[in-house]
Design a protein around this ligand. Structure first.
Ligand SMILES: Nc1ncnc2c1ncn2[C@@H]1O[C@H](COP(=O)(O)OP(=O)(O)O)[C@@H](O)[C@H]1O
Ligand SMILES: [Mg+2]
Length: 310
């Protein structure tokens, strides 16, 4: 599909979205109201996990955080949004029978590919090497959005994303209620995290960014890294960033990855497990904003973002 076609399709999708909003506002005719309520966003909190640099621990954090949130009493869906290097299922030791590719192809409904795991969370497995979520054609978007309407009952959607400030990642990050930026104490990771923060802030959402410093030797180092990044971001970008917590550099984390079982399960008494539990508690206690978009609204915004980008 050429760019012109895509732009036309995007405008069509945007118009459909606007009509939905107008019906909601007008509060007109019963049938219209029923149609509107069918797409009324459910108040599911969306937490996106991202970074500037790759390999800083996003997927490990996503998996262990999702499980910790479930243990804190929340119904959690974990979505593998790293469509380049999908590996949530690898960390969980699961071989998915179906993945998102079949939904995009229209062969399966989204609700049919959700995997219930023995860890108390449900997952949507990613697929390697398929087109980016923000870059789908109209039919694929429709297949995806149609399926979303059947997904309900989740308190939290955790989205693991790829690294970097490319449109495909940013588009997946911006509509979230909480944007968790993961960095390590490495200077390159910090610089790239700053780049990611700059990109997010330049697109609007300020006050949603929360920082996690992974692979630290001690709490002092974590505080140094977080303080520096937060104060520079505040000074130069006017960014308001919350220091959400840190995770230790630990052999238990690597051992758990090798055994394909999350460390909060395999090593519940490891220091890193306590750290993640602390981070989960902070997220659970933060109230959800009034204007939260829910799962459906989240993905609508992803597709819409791409539209503005072109
Ligand atoms: N807290 C930690 N302690 C030790 N090693 C870690 C820790 N977090 C991540 N790692 C290492 O970093 C690697 C990359 O982690 P991963 O979660 O896949 O990163 P990303 O998703 O950001 O690419 C892991 O395979 C593991 O070896
Ligand atoms: Mg990853």
């Amino acid at each position: 599909m050429d760019q012109l076609d895509q732009a036309t399709n995007l405008r069509k999708i945007a118009r459909q979205m606007d009509r939905g909003a107008a019906v909601l506002e007008r509060g007109s005719g019963e049938q219209e109201m029923q149609e509107a309520t069918a797409v009324t966003p459910q108040k599911t909190k969306i937490i996106s996990i991202t970074s500037g640099k790759g390999g800083v621990g996003k997927t490990t954090v996503s998996v262990n955080l999702a499980i910790s949130l479930a243990r804190a009493g929340k119904k959690v869906l974990l979505f593998d949004g790293d469509l380049g290097l999908a590996n949530i299922n690898v960390l969980l030791g699961i071989i998915p029978e179906h993945n998102i590719y079949e939904v995009l192809k229209g062969r399966k409904k989204l609700s049919e590919i959700i995997i219930q795991t023995s860890y108390g969370i449900d997952i949507i497995a990613g697929a390697n090497g398929i087109s980016q979520l923000a870059n789908l054609n109209e039919q694929q978007r429709e297949n995806f959005l149609d399926g979303l309407q059947e997904i309900g009952g989740y308190d939290i959607l955790v989205v693991d994303t790829g690294a970097g400030v490319g449109a495909n990642v940013i588009g997946l990050v911006l509509p979230a209620d909480d944007i968790l930026v993961v960095t390590t104490p490495e200077p390159t990771a910090i610089t790239d995290a700053y780049g990611m923060i700059k990109s997010v802030v330049s697109h609007g959402p300020n006050g949603k960014i929360k920082l996690i410093v992974n692979r630290v030797p001690d709490a002092g180092e974590a505080k140094l890294v977080a303080d520096r990044l937060i104060s520079i971001s505040n000074q130069f970008l006017k960014a308001r960033i919350e220091n959400l917590g840190f995770i230790f550099e630990e052999a238990a984390v690597q051992k758990s990855i090798r055994s394909q079982r999350p460390y909060v399960v395999l090593y519940p008494n490891a220091k890193s497990s306590a750290c993640i539990k602390h981070i989960a508690a902070r997220l659970v206690n933060a109230p959800l904003e009034e204007d939260a978009a829910g799962i459906y609204g989240f993905f609508q915004k992803i597709f819409n973002f791409r539209g503005k980008d072109e």
